[in-house]
Design a protein. Structure first.
Length: 72
């Protein structure tokens, strides 16, 4: 999975919620990865609106991923 073709489909304050969403996408057959997961929970500067843990998927799978995740 090339980073150049990835888009962020969701952001989470903490790694736990992001990991659950990642598992849901993987179960649906959608390749994905977490970005900034190692920094989550270290400081309040990692708010969801500013970065947080980002759930990324290939651009051509973004719509399907959002459908699996549903409204946040």
């Amino acid at each position: 999975m090339s980073n150049a073709s990835l888009v962020t489909v969701a952001r989470y304050d903490m790694r736990g919620g992001a990991q659950l969403a990642k598992t849901r996408l993987e179960d649906a057959g959608i390749p994905c990865m977490l970005a900034n997961a190692d920094q989550s929970g270290l400081a309040t500067m990692f708010e969801a609106t500013e970065g947080g843990v980002q759930l990324k998927v290939p651009a051509d799978k973004a719509e399907a991923a959002r459908a699996v995740l549903g409204p946040e």
